[in-house]
Design a protein around this ligand. Sequence first.
Ligand code: 13P
Length: 326
Amino acid sequence: MALTVQEKDRMVADILRLKKERRAIILSHNYQRGELQDIADFTGDSLGLTQQAAKTDARVIVFCGVHFMAETAAVMNPDKLVLIPDPEAGCSLAAMISADSLRRWKAEHPGAVVVTYINCTAEVKAESDYICTSTNALKIIESIPPDREILFAPDQFLGTYLMKKTGRTMHIWPGYCHAHQKVRTDRIRRLKEAHPRAQFLMHPECGCLTSCMPLADRVVSTEGIIKAARESTAREFIIGTEVGILHRLQKENPDKKFYPATEEAFCEFMKLNDLEKVLWSLEDLEHKVVVPPETARRARRAIERMLEISDPGAYIQKAGSGPPAD
Ligand code: 13P
Protein backbone atom coordinates (compact mmCIF):
# COMPACT_ATOMS: atom_id res chain seq x y z
CA MET A 1 0.00 0.00 0.00
CA ALA A 2 1.33 3.45 -0.92
CA LEU A 3 2.25 5.73 1.98
CA THR A 4 0.65 9.16 2.37
CA VAL A 5 3.00 12.15 2.28
CA GLN A 6 2.58 12.58 6.06
CA GLU A 7 3.34 8.91 6.77
CA LYS A 8 6.39 9.09 4.55
CA ASP A 9 7.66 12.28 6.24
CA ARG A 10 7.16 10.73 9.68
CA MET A 11 9.01 7.60 8.62
CA VAL A 12 11.94 9.61 7.21
CA ALA A 13 12.11 11.64 10.47
CA ASP A 14 12.14 8.38 12.52
CA ILE A 15 14.87 6.91 10.29
CA LEU A 16 17.06 10.01 10.67
CA ARG A 17 16.58 10.07 14.46
CA LEU A 18 17.36 6.35 14.85
CA LYS A 19 20.32 6.63 12.49
CA LYS A 20 21.85 9.20 14.86
CA GLU A 21 21.07 7.16 18.00
CA ARG A 22 22.57 4.00 16.51
CA ARG A 23 25.58 5.84 15.04
CA ALA A 24 24.61 4.35 11.70
CA ILE A 25 25.37 5.22 8.10
CA ILE A 26 22.99 4.46 5.21
CA LEU A 27 24.63 3.41 1.94
CA SER A 28 22.55 3.09 -1.22
CA HIS A 29 23.23 1.75 -4.69
CA ASN A 30 22.24 3.81 -7.75
CA TYR A 31 19.47 1.25 -8.55
CA GLN A 32 17.64 1.59 -5.23
CA ARG A 33 14.21 3.19 -4.95
CA GLY A 34 14.45 7.01 -5.16
CA GLU A 35 13.13 7.38 -1.59
CA LEU A 36 16.17 5.42 -0.32
CA GLN A 37 18.69 7.25 -2.52
CA ASP A 38 17.28 10.49 -1.04
CA ILE A 39 17.84 9.54 2.63
CA ALA A 40 21.22 7.80 2.13
CA ASP A 41 24.49 9.26 3.41
CA PHE A 42 26.06 8.03 0.18
CA THR A 43 24.56 6.80 -3.10
CA GLY A 44 26.87 5.38 -5.73
CA ASP A 45 28.22 2.45 -7.72
CA SER A 46 29.73 -0.78 -6.42
CA LEU A 47 33.23 0.69 -6.18
CA GLY A 48 32.11 3.88 -4.40
CA LEU A 49 30.06 1.86 -1.94
CA THR A 50 32.99 -0.46 -1.19
CA GLN A 51 35.28 2.54 -0.67
CA GLN A 52 32.75 4.16 1.68
CA ALA A 53 32.32 0.89 3.59
CA ALA A 54 36.11 0.53 3.87
CA LYS A 55 36.59 3.97 5.43
CA THR A 56 33.47 4.63 7.54
CA ASP A 57 33.78 5.02 11.30
CA ALA A 58 30.05 4.49 11.85
CA ARG A 59 29.12 1.63 14.20
CA VAL A 60 26.28 0.33 12.04
CA ILE A 61 26.01 0.18 8.24
CA VAL A 62 22.51 -0.09 6.78
CA PHE A 63 23.12 -1.29 3.27
CA CYS A 64 20.42 -0.46 0.73
CA GLY A 65 21.48 -2.69 -2.12
CA VAL A 66 21.57 -6.40 -2.91
CA HIS A 67 23.05 -9.05 -0.64
CA PHE A 68 26.54 -9.34 -2.19
CA MET A 69 27.02 -5.58 -1.70
CA ALA A 70 26.11 -5.73 2.00
CA GLU A 71 28.34 -8.79 2.31
CA THR A 72 31.24 -6.84 0.77
CA ALA A 73 30.70 -4.13 3.41
CA ALA A 74 30.71 -6.84 6.11
CA VAL A 75 33.95 -8.31 4.72
CA MET A 76 35.59 -4.88 4.94
CA ASN A 77 34.24 -4.28 8.48
CA PRO A 78 34.53 -7.40 10.65
CA ASP A 79 33.99 -5.27 13.79
CA LYS A 80 30.86 -3.43 12.61
CA LEU A 81 27.22 -4.34 12.40
CA VAL A 82 26.13 -4.54 8.75
CA LEU A 83 22.38 -4.70 8.12
CA ILE A 84 20.35 -5.30 4.97
CA PRO A 85 16.71 -4.14 5.17
CA ASP A 86 15.45 -7.12 3.11
CA PRO A 87 17.62 -10.26 3.24
CA GLU A 88 15.84 -11.64 0.14
CA ALA A 89 17.48 -8.95 -2.02
CA GLY A 90 19.71 -11.27 -4.05
CA CYS A 91 21.49 -10.90 -7.38
CA SER A 92 20.78 -13.17 -10.37
CA LEU A 93 24.32 -12.68 -11.68
CA ALA A 94 25.99 -13.48 -8.33
CA ALA A 95 23.85 -16.65 -8.15
CA MET A 96 25.40 -17.90 -11.41
CA ILE A 97 28.69 -18.99 -9.86
CA SER A 98 29.29 -20.93 -6.66
CA ALA A 99 32.56 -21.34 -4.77
CA ASP A 100 32.55 -25.07 -5.67
CA SER A 101 32.16 -24.43 -9.39
CA LEU A 102 34.90 -21.77 -9.27
CA ARG A 103 37.22 -24.22 -7.45
CA ARG A 104 36.56 -26.82 -10.18
CA TRP A 105 37.25 -24.23 -12.92
CA LYS A 106 40.51 -23.23 -11.20
CA ALA A 107 41.57 -26.89 -11.03
CA GLU A 108 41.20 -27.10 -14.83
CA HIS A 109 43.54 -24.08 -15.23
CA PRO A 110 46.31 -24.41 -12.64
CA GLY A 111 48.31 -21.20 -12.20
CA ALA A 112 45.68 -18.96 -13.84
CA VAL A 113 44.90 -15.59 -12.21
CA VAL A 114 41.26 -15.35 -11.11
CA VAL A 115 39.60 -11.96 -11.59
CA THR A 116 36.05 -11.87 -10.30
CA TYR A 117 33.43 -9.17 -10.78
CA ILE A 118 32.20 -7.84 -7.43
CA ASN A 119 28.72 -9.29 -8.17
CA CYS A 120 29.50 -12.60 -6.42
CA THR A 121 29.27 -14.10 -2.93
CA ALA A 122 31.97 -13.65 -0.26
CA GLU A 123 32.82 -17.37 -0.70
CA VAL A 124 33.52 -16.79 -4.40
CA LYS A 125 35.54 -13.65 -3.56
CA ALA A 126 37.59 -15.77 -1.16
CA GLU A 127 38.53 -18.06 -4.10
CA SER A 128 39.60 -15.06 -6.25
CA ASP A 129 42.92 -13.28 -6.69
CA TYR A 130 41.37 -9.95 -7.62
CA ILE A 131 37.90 -8.45 -7.39
CA CYS A 132 36.93 -5.78 -9.91
CA THR A 133 33.98 -3.50 -10.61
CA SER A 134 32.98 -2.04 -13.94
CA THR A 135 34.84 1.18 -12.98
CA ASN A 136 38.24 -0.45 -12.52
CA ALA A 137 38.07 -3.79 -14.41
CA LEU A 138 40.24 -2.50 -17.27
CA LYS A 139 42.92 -1.27 -14.83
CA ILE A 140 42.90 -4.59 -12.97
CA ILE A 141 43.29 -6.66 -16.16
CA GLU A 142 46.04 -4.35 -17.44
CA SER A 143 47.95 -4.77 -14.15
CA ILE A 144 48.29 -8.54 -14.73
CA PRO A 145 51.43 -9.62 -16.66
CA PRO A 146 50.50 -10.46 -20.29
CA ASP A 147 51.89 -14.00 -20.05
CA ARG A 148 49.48 -14.98 -17.23
CA GLU A 149 46.32 -16.92 -18.05
CA ILE A 150 43.17 -15.19 -16.71
CA LEU A 151 39.87 -16.67 -15.57
CA PHE A 152 37.17 -13.97 -15.53
CA ALA A 153 33.80 -14.54 -13.77
CA PRO A 154 30.87 -14.29 -13.64
CA ASP A 155 29.69 -11.61 -16.15
CA GLN A 156 30.32 -12.70 -19.74
CA PHE A 157 29.49 -9.26 -21.19
CA LEU A 158 31.91 -7.32 -19.00
CA GLY A 159 34.43 -10.07 -19.80
CA THR A 160 33.83 -9.63 -23.55
CA TYR A 161 34.18 -5.84 -23.20
CA LEU A 162 37.53 -6.30 -21.42
CA MET A 163 38.81 -8.68 -24.12
CA LYS A 164 37.82 -6.17 -26.83
CA LYS A 165 39.48 -3.24 -25.01
CA THR A 166 42.70 -5.03 -24.04
CA GLY A 167 43.03 -7.38 -27.03
CA ARG A 168 43.73 -10.07 -24.48
CA THR A 169 42.26 -13.57 -24.46
CA MET A 170 40.65 -14.65 -21.18
CA HIS A 171 38.52 -17.60 -20.13
CA ILE A 172 35.06 -16.19 -19.42
CA TRP A 173 32.31 -17.61 -17.21
CA PRO A 174 28.92 -17.54 -19.01
CA GLY A 175 26.99 -15.51 -16.38
CA TYR A 176 24.73 -12.52 -17.04
CA CYS A 177 22.43 -10.03 -15.28
CA HIS A 178 18.73 -10.68 -16.02
CA ALA A 179 17.90 -6.94 -16.04
CA HIS A 180 20.73 -5.91 -18.41
CA GLN A 181 19.75 -8.82 -20.67
CA LYS A 182 16.64 -6.81 -21.60
CA VAL A 183 18.61 -4.00 -23.30
CA ARG A 184 18.37 -4.80 -27.01
CA THR A 185 20.07 -3.43 -30.11
CA ASP A 186 16.89 -2.93 -32.19
CA ARG A 187 15.39 -0.75 -29.47
CA ILE A 188 18.58 1.30 -29.13
CA ARG A 189 18.57 1.90 -32.90
CA ARG A 190 14.92 3.05 -32.75
CA LEU A 191 15.63 5.38 -29.80
CA LYS A 192 18.64 6.84 -31.59
CA GLU A 193 16.50 7.49 -34.67
CA ALA A 194 13.80 9.16 -32.54
CA HIS A 195 16.38 11.25 -30.60
CA PRO A 196 19.29 11.82 -33.01
CA ARG A 197 21.04 14.28 -30.69
CA ALA A 198 20.93 11.99 -27.65
CA GLN A 199 24.11 10.41 -26.31
CA PHE A 200 23.92 6.69 -25.59
CA LEU A 201 25.45 5.80 -22.19
CA MET A 202 25.72 2.08 -21.65
CA HIS A 203 26.67 -0.27 -18.80
CA PRO A 204 29.08 -3.11 -19.76
CA GLU A 205 26.68 -5.72 -18.28
CA CYS A 206 24.25 -5.11 -21.20
CA GLY A 207 23.40 -8.34 -23.04
CA CYS A 208 23.63 -6.56 -26.40
CA LEU A 209 27.22 -5.48 -25.64
CA THR A 210 28.87 -6.70 -28.86
CA SER A 211 26.34 -5.14 -31.24
CA CYS A 212 25.62 -2.06 -29.08
CA MET A 213 29.21 -1.08 -28.29
CA PRO A 214 29.71 0.67 -31.67
CA LEU A 215 26.51 2.68 -31.01
CA ALA A 216 27.54 3.83 -27.52
CA ASP A 217 29.13 7.16 -26.66
CA ARG A 218 30.38 5.70 -23.37
CA VAL A 219 30.50 2.21 -21.83
CA VAL A 220 30.79 2.83 -18.09
CA SER A 221 29.65 1.89 -14.57
CA THR A 222 26.51 3.42 -13.04
CA GLU A 223 28.58 6.21 -11.44
CA GLY A 224 30.34 6.65 -14.81
CA ILE A 225 26.90 7.20 -16.38
CA ILE A 226 26.02 9.79 -13.69
CA LYS A 227 29.34 11.59 -14.25
CA ALA A 228 29.10 11.50 -18.07
CA ALA A 229 25.56 12.95 -17.99
CA ARG A 230 26.67 15.68 -15.58
CA GLU A 231 29.75 16.70 -17.56
CA SER A 232 28.36 16.37 -21.11
CA THR A 233 27.08 19.37 -23.04
CA ALA A 234 24.43 17.10 -24.63
CA ARG A 235 20.85 17.71 -23.47
CA GLU A 236 19.45 14.22 -24.12
CA PHE A 237 20.65 10.74 -23.17
CA ILE A 238 19.64 7.14 -23.82
CA ILE A 239 20.42 5.16 -20.68
CA GLY A 240 21.42 1.52 -21.09
CA THR A 241 21.21 0.16 -17.54
CA GLU A 242 18.72 -0.64 -14.76
CA VAL A 243 16.00 2.03 -14.60
CA GLY A 244 16.56 2.93 -10.91
CA ILE A 245 19.44 5.17 -12.02
CA LEU A 246 16.99 7.57 -13.72
CA HIS A 247 15.98 9.00 -10.33
CA ARG A 248 19.42 10.45 -9.65
CA LEU A 249 20.05 11.42 -13.27
CA GLN A 250 16.83 13.44 -13.42
CA LYS A 251 17.27 14.90 -9.93
CA GLU A 252 20.83 16.09 -10.60
CA ASN A 253 20.11 17.29 -14.16
CA PRO A 254 16.58 18.74 -14.14
CA ASP A 255 17.12 20.50 -17.49
CA LYS A 256 18.31 17.35 -19.34
CA LYS A 257 16.21 14.52 -20.77
CA PHE A 258 16.82 10.83 -20.11
CA TYR A 259 15.30 7.95 -22.08
CA PRO A 260 15.60 4.44 -20.62
CA ALA A 261 16.88 1.91 -23.18
CA THR A 262 13.91 -0.16 -21.95
CA GLU A 263 11.62 0.03 -18.91
CA GLU A 264 12.08 -3.76 -18.72
CA ALA A 265 15.63 -3.32 -17.44
CA PHE A 266 14.22 -3.53 -13.92
CA CYS A 267 15.78 -5.40 -11.00
CA GLU A 268 13.04 -6.57 -8.66
CA PHE A 269 15.65 -7.64 -6.08
CA MET A 270 17.08 -4.11 -5.83
CA LYS A 271 13.56 -2.79 -5.22
CA LEU A 272 12.84 -5.12 -2.28
CA ASN A 273 14.33 -2.58 0.13
CA ASP A 274 12.03 0.31 0.99
CA LEU A 275 11.60 3.06 3.62
CA GLU A 276 9.56 0.91 5.98
CA LYS A 277 12.13 -1.90 5.95
CA VAL A 278 14.97 0.59 6.55
CA LEU A 279 13.08 1.87 9.60
CA TRP A 280 12.54 -1.69 10.93
CA SER A 281 16.17 -2.45 10.24
CA LEU A 282 17.27 0.45 12.44
CA GLU A 283 14.67 -0.31 15.12
CA ASP A 284 15.43 -4.03 15.46
CA LEU A 285 19.06 -4.01 14.22
CA GLU A 286 18.12 -6.61 11.61
CA HIS A 287 18.92 -8.30 9.21
CA LYS A 288 22.54 -8.89 10.16
CA VAL A 289 24.96 -9.80 7.38
CA VAL A 290 27.65 -12.06 8.81
CA VAL A 291 30.58 -13.60 6.93
CA PRO A 292 32.64 -16.39 8.57
CA PRO A 293 36.04 -14.91 9.63
CA GLU A 294 38.24 -17.12 7.41
CA THR A 295 36.08 -16.50 4.32
CA ALA A 296 36.10 -12.77 5.12
CA ARG A 297 39.89 -12.71 5.52
CA ARG A 298 40.46 -14.33 2.11
CA ALA A 299 37.76 -12.26 0.38
CA ARG A 300 39.21 -9.05 1.90
CA ARG A 301 42.60 -9.82 0.37
CA ALA A 302 41.11 -9.86 -3.15
CA ILE A 303 39.07 -6.68 -2.49
CA GLU A 304 42.06 -4.85 -1.01
CA ARG A 305 44.14 -5.65 -4.09
CA MET A 306 41.39 -4.08 -6.18
CA LEU A 307 41.19 -0.95 -4.00
CA GLU A 308 44.96 -0.46 -4.16
CA ILE A 309 45.12 -0.78 -7.99
CA SER A 310 41.98 1.31 -8.44
CA ASP A 311 43.19 4.28 -6.40
CA PRO A 312 46.86 3.72 -5.41
CA GLY A 313 47.71 4.90 -1.91
CA ALA A 314 44.12 5.81 -0.98
CA TYR A 315 43.53 2.54 0.82
CA ILE A 316 45.93 1.33 3.51
CA GLN A 317 46.57 -2.32 2.75
CA LYS A 318 46.43 -4.74 5.62
CA ALA A 319 49.00 -7.51 5.99
CA GLY A 320 48.84 -10.29 3.42
CA SER A 321 47.11 -8.38 0.62
CA GLY A 322 50.05 -8.18 -1.80
CA PRO A 323 49.82 -9.49 -5.37
CA PRO A 324 49.34 -13.23 -5.86
CA ALA A 325 52.43 -15.35 -6.44
CA ASP A 326 53.15 -16.77 -9.92
P1 13P B 1 28.01 -0.59 -10.81
O1 13P B 1 27.10 0.25 -9.97
O2 13P B 1 29.33 -0.79 -10.15
O3 13P B 1 28.13 -0.06 -12.20
O4 13P B 1 27.36 -2.05 -10.93
C1 13P B 1 26.07 -2.24 -11.28
C2 13P B 1 25.63 -3.58 -10.83
O5 13P B 1 26.08 -4.57 -11.27
C3 13P B 1 24.67 -3.70 -9.76
O6 13P B 1 24.38 -5.03 -9.53
